[in-house]
Design a protein around this ligand. Sequence first.
Ligand code: AMP
Length: 477
Amino acid sequence: MSFSTLGLSEKVLAAVEASGYTEPTAIQAGAIPYVLERRDVLGIAQTGTGKTASFTLPMITLLEKGRARARMPRTLILEPTRELAAQVEDNFNRYGVNHKLNVALLIGGVSFAEQDRKLERGADVLIATPGRLLDHFERGKLLLQGVDILVIDEADRMLDMGFIPDIERICKLIPFTRQTLFFSATMPSEIQRLTDTFLQNPAKVEVAKASSTAETVNQRIVASEPEDYEKRAKLRELIEGADDLQNAIVFCNRKRDVATLFRSLVRHEFSVGALHGDMDQRSRMTMLDNFKKGNIKVLVASDVAARGLDIPSVSHVFNFDLPIQAEDYVHRIGRTGRAGRDGTAISIVTGKDEKALQAINETIGKELEWIGDPLDFSIPVEEKKPRRRSTRGQRDKNRSRRAKTETQEPAVQETESLPAGLEEQPIVPMHTERRAPAPRARGGRRTSQPKDEAIFRNASHIPAFLLKPARSKVQSH
Ligand code: AMP
């Protein structure tokens, strides 16, 4: 099927062609004709399916008629997070290149004055998070009577985040005659109730769920000892050994592990960034932007980054930890293999992960394949003591063992737990300029000079806040 059969305007088709897309995805083919017919749409689809363009493309077509009036946006798109709102704005910029659309973004962390100015000019498209939208409304700077099309995106995430009362309020502020486009990956009863109340005879378009959309992802697991330093070594081995790695997201279960792993990868000369929910908005956006532009090759992230973010081409996802919820596994690996592209997802599995692995296998409906020898879960997990507490005798033994296998590896220090208050901030030591890592002996973890030099180049683009010196204790071994 081609885009030209869907009823989109010539100008929109030209923009789609310019962005290199030749065929609509299932949600696009299903939803676009209904949107253009001015029907309400209930789209059951998640990010990665091309869902955003399924509403932005027909909206731009419909917006060709008419013009915006001051403080009266013509269309409103509600998004649960600032990142998603910014991504939708990017979509309008990309597909609206042949139009003169005024797109306004109302998200937290940006000054009201600047946003007011945009509203004052008259917005064709207003993209907002629910809280910020209501703030503007209550300040009397925004009139919602002119909204013809309302989009509620990622409704189940809105539910998770407690936004449903805000959504209900907003729906009541917009004329009943509007067209409503509603998207959700799942349909729990609260969401069903919302659609029953606010949609009128919607056309329902459902596309494959995450477990089947991930067909293009090559999913594997690899065994590791349970200690974090062993897992870090395993991860480095995986990153360095991947011939086709363009960029990667590495998921950790806990925010503090994001920080620790991030610092460890910096010390090992990787081009790395970190992303988690406690970082301020500006830092998150800068980080994401750098990752999208390819300035950062490896992004260490907590689950906040797993849902919703549109990072068009991520070649690899690594699970440093197996997620506690099997659902999260599906969301994490959904960051790669998007919109029909191939992707690779490799998860590190330790003896402690038997149950988590079982749950994932059940959820995805197949047994994940091992790289190398499978783990024998019948052997009880005996976690080695942290290296910093090793006895002198053990230290000597370790030292001579390391000397045998890793003689050429630069000394790498692993950091102890972070001091209070700094736990959740990724921190890079001052000395970011280092010599390139030497190759390791065969049988060691690195066998040759890195294939992709960029991965190891030190990142001069790392924002200043990340370059604060770590006040943590550093343990030498
Ligand atoms: P979304 O589900 O909207 O987050 O989109 C997922 C990714 O698919 C984004 O990077 C889009 O740029 C990309 N995409 C959207 N539509 C298409 C298409 N028709 N063909 C290929 N890629 C697409």
